[in-house]
Design a protein around this ligand. Sequence first.
Ligand code: HEM
Length: 406
Amino acid sequence: MDVAEAFASLMSPDGRVDPYPAYERLRAHGPIVQTGPGVYAVTGHAEADELLRDARVRVLDEHLRDGVLPNWRESPAVSSIARSMLRTNPPDHSRLRRLAAGAFTPRRINAMREVIEAQTDELIDAMTTAGRGGAPVDFMAEFAYPLPVGVICELLGVPADDRTLFRRWTADLTGILEPEITAAELAVADAGAAELRAYFTELVATRRRRPTDDLTTALVQAHEAGDRLSGDELLANLVILLVAGFETTTNLLGNGLAVLLAHPRAADVLRQHPQHAPAYVDELLRFDSPVQLTTRLNAESVRLGGVEVPAGSWILLLLGAANRDPRRYPRPEQFDPWRAQLNPLSFGAGPHYCLGAALARLEAQVAFPALLRRLPALALGGQLRRRIRLTLRGYDHLPVTVGEPL
Ligand code: HEM
């Protein structure tokens, strides 16, 4: 199969549901391949890691975006992502990231452990009640969604009653992160973004009147302290923290649980030895990455992996493929929590390395051992359904039966 066919197979609905065969077809042509005019795809771990750290390789920021999509400001979805740190280059990026980074110190994250443990226990109680008598429970709706949303809302200071609003809005908005999107999908993403912006505009107004010690107040105060954060940037960063912070973690919990249920012996070891949770979580992140790709443009030409990528190329960094690069991970298609030196690229690398990585890891490190310990008979309870999305990989529906709780 040639490169164009391999790439088309990745972009097809089947490829979005299970991209791994298409990654291998692309990899057969080398770690970096040209998939179209000015478009390159990277499947190699070393190559993706190097490009993510290369200062000549940039994210599509406001100025670069003007060149490719002049009317992007008319789209609430594009503009809310475009003005956030995720799509900003230095020096703006360093300023925006520093303002939010204060909330993600190891001390702050560790202080979240108790909140995570308490929410995990409550959600397991609720799953147990819902699953009495063998009724299947949707793990996505009952656990994988509410845990991260509860945690990020706690950080941002979003009132508990409002948390259910976010699921649809965010799921709609994240369509914008797909490598290709139709006009209809963009309209849906725009509607979600408009709702989120309206919500946060109101929350910002409330925090301005009545400051508390949450992250929203901290960002509002940075905005008011002068020109460090514009009003648009403030909203975009609140939206990105919510969007980046929970759908990804929801998918780590869903993808991870499906893998553990498919590997009962490995799950049993984790149940008996919860101290191995960090290694398990990192292998789950590698094995089925919740974020499968990110994109970059190179300001100057770059030579890597035997390929010259000319300046101005559009680079698709296939993180999920890099995480299965056999040059980096022997027998990559096997789930093996005993691998040494994992360092999966699931949280990216370089200046945009995920700000919430420690928090996401902590949530999963608490959740999986607790689920396995308290629900020893947890099992699949029906047909799994994947979302037809490549960038944010996860399940729509993951039915489980909980059995008799301990
Ligand atoms: C950036 C993955 C959880 C906040 C990123 C990037 C990846 C990623 C791959 C880099 C994107 C790029 O380079 O283009 C994940 C995964 C998560 C997760 C797989 C869960 C398993 C979180 C959480 C938060 C968060 C819990 C916040 C509470 C962010 C932010 C950025 C980011 C703010 C942008 C950083 C920057 O541009 O400097 N994430 N993330 N993420 N993530 Fe996460």
